[in-house]
Design a protein around this ligand. Structure first.
Ligand code: SF4
Ligand code: SF4
Length: 293
């Protein structure tokens, strides 16, 4: 069944016309990364402490969808959709606003990501399995938390971490083998699949800053100073992206959602895990004792 799931995701990304700019025919996303997490991985319970008690477990999503004692969560299927190279290149040139391609990917590419969630749920149900996408389950909602700021009842990035697809970053992004410029998604199923091993030293080890205190190019790239050595100021970022950026995106590109994404392009982690020698002994002093991921 793992092969069927992988092939289903890969072929949809490769062949769907919804993964294409209507004018150029170029794809929004390149070949995805796919990982699997055990639905009973203890990290999903820990997220209720790390993120907040509002964060759902896979079992809760499935029981809500199929009924208590009926819904069965065994595997969380996660994917990373890397933003296509020409789009990343176009955003590298920008200093304040997202490029047109970046803004279109944020809106229309994410619409494709929703279709991918629906497609995978359909494929699994057709095969006789239970399946639900947390973001489409009716249980997903944004949450303003007094401790960690804006959050939600299901974090696609945290699920991707459990599924061994990468680590978190100074900029609050998620650095994978294909970099930080991507969209991610997940579907929970009753199908058992061997979990993907987590090979990172810690939840931040793909980020150079947490590895050895270097880099900070995302700090310099942010036009409003929302990233510092202390981390990502979600409110400052949000105020800019949902204010000035959104107003310009409506006017320039006719889209209403458009994070600027400047901290995800023209940075060493844009399309890969940046190379730098690991410090002997594993996690650096910068990494230890840092805030919850
Ligand atoms: S630009 Fe550097 S410091 Fe910022 S997230 Fe990427 S690797 Fe980490
Ligand atoms: S999305 Fe834009 S505003 Fe937000 S942290 Fe990144 S560069 Fe700064």
């Amino acid at each position: 069944m793992e092969r069927v799931i992988r092939d289903g995701i890969m072929s949809f990304v490769r062949e769907s016309p919804d993964n294409r700019f209507p004018d150029s025919g170029q794809p929004y996303f390149e070949e995805p990364l796919i990982g699997f997490a055990a639905a009973d991985d203890p990290l999903f319970d820990e997220f209720r402490t790390i993120i907040g008690p509002f964060h759902l477990t896979p079992a809760e999503v499935m029981e809500n969808c199929y009924g208590e004692g009926v819904g069965e969560a065994r595997t969380v299927i996660c994917w990373i959709l890397p933003v296509a190279r020409p789009t990343r290149e176009s955003n590298r040139k920008e200093e304040r606003m997202p490029s047109r391609q970046w803004a279109m990917t944020r809106v229309h590419g994410e619409r494709f990501n929703t279709l991918l969630r629906m497609r995978l749920v359909e494929l699994l149900r057709f095969a006789g399995a239970q399946a639900a996408a947390p973001l489409l389950s009716g249980m997903w909602r944004p949450v303003m938390d007094s401790r960690i700021g804006m959050a939600s009842t299901w974090s696609e990035r945290h699920a991707a971490y459990v599924a061994g697809l990468g680590t978190f970053s100074l900029s609050d992004g998620f650095i994978t083998d294909r970099g930080i410029a991507h969209r991610c998604g997940s579907v929970i199923t009753s199908v058992p699949v061997q979990p993907t091993a987590r090979t990172c030293n810690d939840p931040w080890s793909n980020c150079l800053f947490f590895r050895d205190g270097s880099c900070c190019q995302c700090v310099r790239r942010c036009p409003v100073g929302a990233i510092s050595r202390e981390g990502h100021d979600k409110e400052k970022c949000r105020a800019y992206c949902y204010g000035e950026v959104r107003n310009s995106a409506i006017e320039l590109y006719g889209v209403t959602e458009a994070g600027c994404g400047l901290c995800q392009t023209r940075v060493p982690c844009e399309s890969r895990v940046p190379a730098a020698p690991e410090r002997p002994g594993g996690a650096s002093p910068v990494t230890q004792g840092i805030r919850p991921f």
